[in-house]
Design a protein around this ligand. Structure first.
Ligand code: SF4
Length: 677
């Protein structure tokens, strides 16, 4: 039996992508059960999947369904069904409400799918394959019989099926898709390895699919097997930018300390990756600190605050996550890890415009270097998506295309829409629109680091960055290119929304008549601002002038010499911007006044004993070389491509402070991570 499994995505939509470990598990379990009776091929790239379907259509096609690929999946299914009208199609994944009425509705509306599976699909999918053998792929018989863990519509269009959840706490019954070679081709093509050491999450956040009770129990792969996977991947891949752990709460189990030590050991000996991406556990304990120190600069101290408002935290069911402990953790490990990051969402129940501003400013005051998070997207299957939440919280949603979530397949455009909260009982749509431009400027200046050091000092002086940015938007000099860019930003913030899916779909199809998909695709507005600033030195300098002017207008206590020093320091940090201007120095010396150095000491950017009158900015050698060797030609890249390029590096585009006294070589043994202060 020929089986294709796809975890596909629009290739222009995501700057870096993980191995399809999810479908790898399904394939591995199925292969072990049926051996040579099944021939299973896995796909990440939709073009390759389509090509293969046309060449040799499969008997069974299974596609993992997410917000970012649902229309692409449907397109591929329809095409495959034309090639093999007896084809059995299956969809699964988190993008589905779990009540039976919704599942029936989904299968009735999406006739291209014969079956759907919720949650862990390894056993249900193999149950289906077993029946496929028993019924010799007779679709009618299959759809009319109950298959454990699979849903279908029978010949009377009634729903058959149930959710299957294994009670097994040890997940080793699923063979490893790394150790059996299923992931080899993806590793060699440069996809970064996505590992899972455990599944499940004990928390109940209402905006998240993991928050539902069915997924609360934590199940584990054995540590021996996890270690073997790490060793295998380290041997197999020459170099990967990231290793990614998909665990919802890394550090929740005592053994996670040993896992962290093993990863660190592999890094020291093999130098197989530059960065570890993990989701830290929300219940901070002593071992979380040990893990953070073990990973060191390989990892960011990411703690997802989401809001600092008690009502919001209660309504999204995060009251049991201690903000104090998260913050204490961040403070304790900030010196060891590669920066501190948090998310603050907009559009959560209970959140007003004012409380959102307080949360973001509060996170800045707590000392987070980067603050991410956008408007809440409603994920089918999450509690927030349920009708009761929509009614109780008076959620009003709108639709837009995700950045790069579009492609041309067999000559036809296919794109994805996302449903986003635009108004709640607590915040109006106009207030959310007002916040959009403010948030974009704050994101660029803080999270992407353009004015990070300046903002850290301002926040320490209790100067509200929101007021500074709001003042720029209201009182800027209207005759500059920067001002025109802000006019356009405000227009885009209003115009990117559609009331219904149908309205959005019609609009984008119309646009596609005269424009390419890359021209039609929106660019995330935060990134769009940085794209515009980096494209033009004039616009960039006007932005800085407006920022300085606004700080002075909104605060009379700020010392102008310090302000100018900090602007100079901030403006010197973006390595990409320097390279675009023909300056490729990996190290820069920035002279600063004693007053400014004192301010940097206060916010602990330099240590108390630092006693030089200049600062050295340094660029990580590997990242810097990567930027130079891939430097885009601004005349030949569009905004979408440039945005994707910037997202590949993110905050790592920014040079960091190195004290002259530390004199740490930029490349030492297998560890070239400079020890920044
Ligand atoms: S947001 Fe994180 S902590 Fe909350 S339910 Fe989802 S995975 Fe668990």
């Amino acid at each position: 039996m020929l089986i294709y499994l796809g975890d596909i995505y629009h290739t222009s939509g995501i700057p870096s992508t993980p191995t399809p470990t999810n479908i790898g598990y399904i394939a591995s379990y199925c292969k072990e059960k049926f051996g040579d009776k099944v021939n299973i091929k896995l796909f990440k790239n939709p073009h390759k999947l389509i090509e293969q379907i046309e060449k040799t259509p499969p008997d069974v096609l299974g596609l993992s369904n997410y917000m970012w690929n649902e229309n692409l999946n449907k397109f591929v299914c329809e095409l495959a069904k034309k090639k093999n009208r007896n084809l059995i199609t299956v969809t699964g994944g988190p993008n589905l409400r779990s009540d039976k009425k919704s599942i029936k509705n989904f299968l009735s509306k999406n006739k291209e799918y014969d079956f759907c599976i919720l949650y862990a699909a390894e056993i249900p999918f193999s149950n289906l394959i077993e029946k496929c053998f028993n019924f010799e792929l007779d679709k009618d018989k299959l759809k009319n019989c109950k298959i454990e863990g699979c849903f279908s519509l029978d010949n009377k269009s009634e729903l058959i099926g149930d959710i299957y959840l294994s009670n097994e706490k040890n997940l080793d019954y699923i063979p490893s898709p790394f150790l059996n070679g299923f992931m080899d081709e993806f590793l060699s093509e440069g996809y970064y390895p996505l590992f899972e050491t455990n599944r499940g999450c004990p928390f109940s956040c209402t905006f998240c699919v993991w928050g539902i009770s069915a997924l609360h129990k934590i199940k584990t792969f054995s540590i021996e097997r996890v270690f073997k996977e790490f060793d295998y991947v380290a041997e197999k891949t020459k170099k990967s930018k990231f290793w990614f752990l998909a665990d919802a709460n890394f550090g929740i189990l005592p053994r996670d300390v040993d896992i962290a030590k093993k990863i660190r050991e592999i890094y020291e000996n093999k130098f197989s990756f530059d960065q570890i991406n993990i989701y830290w556990t929300k219940n901070i304990t002593d071992r979380t600190y040990v893990i953070a120190k073990t990973f060191g600069k390989l990892c960011q101290a990411y703690t997802a605050l989401q809001s600092l408002d008690p009502l919001v935290l209660k309504l999204i069911k995060r009251s049991n996550i201690s903000v104090e402990k998260l913050n204490h953790f961040k403070n304790e490990v900030a010196d060891y890890t590669n920066g501190t990051y948090t998310d603050i969402l907009l559009g959560q129940p209970g959140e007003t415009k004012e409380s959102h501003i307080n949360s973001v400013f509060g996170a800045m005051k707590l000392g987070f270097d980067q603050i991410g998070g956008g408007e809440v997207r409603l994920l089918p299957g999450s509690e927030m998506d349920e009708n009761i939440s929509r009614i109780n919280y008076k959620l009003m949603t709108k639709f837009r295309m995700g950045e790069g979530a579009i492609g041309i397949y067999k000559g036809k455009p296919v794109f994805e829409l996302e449903e986003v909260v635009r108004q709640t009982k607590w915040i109006t749509e106009n207030e959310m629109t007002d916040l959009r431009s403010i948030r974009a400027l704050i994101y660029v200046s803080t999270t992407l680091g353009e004015l990070n050091y300046l903002n850290m000092v301002l926040v320490n002086e209790n100067i509200n960055i929101f007021k500074v940015v709001e003042n720029i938007l209201q009182n800027r000099d209207k005759n500059t290119q920067f001002s025109k860019m802000l006019d356009q930003l405000e227009m885009l913030a209003k115009d990117e929304w559609f009331n219904t899916r149908e309205e959005a779909t019609k609009f984008y199809y119309n646009e596609l008549k005269n424009r390419t998909p890359e021209e039609v695709s929106p660019v995330k507005l935060n990134m769009w601002v940085l794209v515009k600033l980096l494209r033009s030195n004039d616009v960039y300098n006007q932005f800085l002038n407006e920022f300085i002017k606004s700080v002075i207008q909104t605060n009379n206590k700020i010392d102008k010499e310090i302000l100018n020093d900090l602007v100079l320091l901030s403006k010197s940090r973006n390595f990409l911007r320097s390279c675009l201007n023909g300056i490729f120095d990996f190290k820069k010396e920035i002279p600063l006044s004693n007053k400014t150095l004192e301010k940097l000491r206060e916010i602990k950017l330099i240590k108390d004993h630092f006693n030089f009158n200049s600062i050295h900015l340094v660029m990580d050698q590997r990242i810097g070389k990567d930027i130079i060797s891939t430097l885009p030609d601004l005349n030949n890249v569009n905004d979408l491509q440039f945005s994707q390029y910037i997202q590949r590096f993110g905050i790592n585009l920014q040079m960091k402070i190195q004290t002259s006294s530390s004199a740490i070589p930029l490349q030492n043994k297998a560890n070239n991570i400079p020890d920044f202060v």
